[in-house]
Design a protein around this ligand. Structure first.
Ligand code: FES
Length: 199
């Protein structure tokens, strides 16, 4: 553990006074000045330095990067590619192949509706349509207030509870369209309460 602390200190020391450069859409480089963003890239460097020399660690690095940034925008993918010596196309291929990765910022509450067979025959499609209408977004999108993201999932192994809606880590079984309103209202109320506490 002591080694870990020294390692962290070394990394922080080596980044003092430095800016980070990431590829922009035109393939050029933009200097990022935000302290918060710089901190995120510092954390990402820690992850890359720890795992880059081990084979088959790209997915783990991407998972950790998503934990740090909340999603995997192109500039983060390009940064990981450059730092790990991996072709950008390979990094992008992994990101787009696995549904756990997101290239768009996610909402505070991610609705993952299971569309596996058991859920489908028990009304998952109707539920998906109701969620789309209620949230006024399509699958894979996030509401403008960044409160909700709507996604579909493959079977999560809780078929006895079909149709299953997973909200963040919480599993809601035997969900009906009429439950949706209650769930959304309760999330909004909780959000309002915590916002009021801050003021
Ligand atoms: S099909 Fe939905 S949990 Fe199995």
């Amino acid at each position: 553990m002591a080694g870990d602390t020294n390692f962290t200190n070394d990394i922080e020391e080596s980044h003092k006074g430095h800016s980070y450069q990431t590829a922009d859409a035109q393939g050029g480089f933009d200097v990022i000045k935000s302290d918060e963003l710089t901190g995120k890239y510092m954390n990402l460097d820690l992850v890359i330095n720890r795992y880059a020399n081990e084979r088959g660690q790209l997915i783990r690095i991407l998972q950790k990067a998503q934990d740090i940034f909340g999603y995997l925008p192109e500039e983060v993918q390009a940064y990981i590619a450059e730092r790990t010596g991996t072709p950008v196309s390979e990094v992008h291929g992994v990101v787009t192949f696995y549904s756990l990765f997101s290239t768009e910022p996610k909402g505070k509450n991610v609705f993952n509706l299971c569309m596996g067979t058991a859920c489908y025959v028990n009304g998952a499609q109707e539920l998906m349509d109701a969620l789309k209408r209620r949230l006024n977004i399509d699958e894979g999108e996030t509401t403008p207030d960044k409160l909700f993201t709507l996604k579909s999932a493959r079977c999560i192994g809780a078929c006895g509870l079909a149709p299953v809606l997973v909200i963040n880590e919480d599993v809601h079984g035997k969900t009906s369209s009429s439950d949706i309103e209650k769930i959304i209202q309760s999330i909004r109320k909780k959000g309002e309460k915590s916002a009021n506490k801050k003021h």
